[in-house]
Design a protein around this ligand. Structure first.
Ligand code: GTP
Length: 338
């Protein structure tokens, strides 16, 4: 079976980290987040990565790590359905589509089995949420058949608390629903049409964990969750010198954490120097950054190659020009919650 991983978004909500990186390459416990999806696929799956922005980073990573995946570029971002259609030549039967920024406990083998048993044309993974008002939920019957999607319902009017969890199993014929070369959204345009046509469209809900790593808060939450699952308080990469304290955080390679410095609930990339007595809390720090002595950084994203000093809270630090071609605002949001 083939699996298309959608990995071509700009990840604007994670800027400035994504000014210099493809979002699927952002690390969780020092491993690119796309790696967690790849490892969750059944071993014989043929992987197609629908990429666009900074696709060379994905190609290099796959090559260096012996991962057999086709990187399929788009001439321009085609949206979540357009990207699938653009990869149609690699598909020869029922196939999977996965958003490249989901960390979850979904058992993909069982998910595929469910799709087959139901003789579905489309099956989507579903995750229960508390705050239905912020999401699109499904109206689903007792047999798991989805009747419609309802965007951001009022709590008392919500037919369920189940949202699209970003992994789909699709029949080959669904490709016919997607136009060629046109920006098209799977969620907003294709799925409603398939339901309207009366095709068997099912939902598969699962328990455990699910995080859409789209925002800084969910990115940090995913990192903490993976640490907890491994029973670790923190991880560090190669060649680090640690004198300060680290809690619920990951620290990349070649980092120096000075005396009495504190790193709490944060993600630090490579080549970072945190000078003595500096505090970094609930933040993400890009590569080649110096955090000056006694600085306090909280709820902040620091881009690559910055020097930070003083007290900084709730900021995005980027002192250079915005990279050319990077969108000024979010292009489309697949799983709605902000
Ligand atoms: P934001 O700009 O912060 O919304 O992030 P994003 O661009 O990644 O969008 P979003 O989180 O909604 O996308 C969900 C998944 O679909 C991510 O894995 C994206 O990489 C992927 N994706 C979104 N748009 C496209 C596209 O046009 N082409 C491809 N190939 N993938 C896409």
């Amino acid at each position: 079976m083939q699996a298309i991983i959608l990995a071509g978004g700009y990840g604007t909500r994670l800027a400035p980290l994504t000014y210099t990186r493809a979002k699927p390459m952002l690390p969780l416990l020092n491993k690119p987040m796309i790696r967690y999806l790849i490892d969750a696929l059944p071993p014989s799956t043929e992987i197609i990565v629908a990429a666009n922005y900074k696709k060379e980073q994905l190609e290099d990573y796959f090559q260096e790590n012996g991962i057999n995946a086709i990187v399929n570029p788009e001439p321009k971002p085609l949206g979540t359905a357009g990207a699938v259609k653009n990869a149609a030549r690699y598909i020869n039967g029922t196939f999977l589509v996965l958003n490249g920024d989901i960390i979850s406990s979904l058992n993909i083998r069982k998910f595929i089995q469910y799709h087959m048993e139901k003789k579905a044309k489309v099956t989507i993974s579903l995750w229960p949420v508390k705050n239905v008002e912020q999401f699109g939920v499904v109206d689903i019957d007792r047999n798991g058949r989805i009747k419609k999607f309802i965007e951001k319902p009022r709590r008392q009017e919500a037919p369920s608390n189940l949202i699209n969890a970003g992994v789909y199993c699709l029949d080959y014929s669904i490709l016919d629903y997607i136009p060629d070369g046109k920006f098209t959204s799977m969620e907003a345009e294709i799925f409603p049409k398939v339901i309207e046509d009366g095709l068997p469209f099912y939902g598969y809900s699962f328990n455990g964990y699910w995080i859409d790593v789209g925002r800084m808060s969910s990115y940090i939450e995913a990192n903490k969750l993976l640490l907890k699952k491994k029973g670790l308080k923190f991880v560090t990469g190669e060649n680090c010198s640690i004198e300060g304290r680290i809690k619920e955080s990951s620290v990349g390679s070649n980092c120096k954490i000075g005396e009495n410095a504190e790193i709490k609930g944060s993600i630090l990339y490579d080549n970072i120097e945190v000078e003595e007595e500096a505090i970094i809390e609930n933040s993400v720090v890009g590569s080649n950054v110096i955090v000056k002595k006694g600085a306090m950084i909280k709820d902040t994203i620091v881009g690559d190659d910055e020097v930070v000093d003083g007290k900084i809270e709730g900021k995005k630090i980027w002192s250079k020009e915005m990279p050319k071609g990077y969108p000024k605002k979010q292009i489309g949001n697949v799983i709605k919650s902000n």
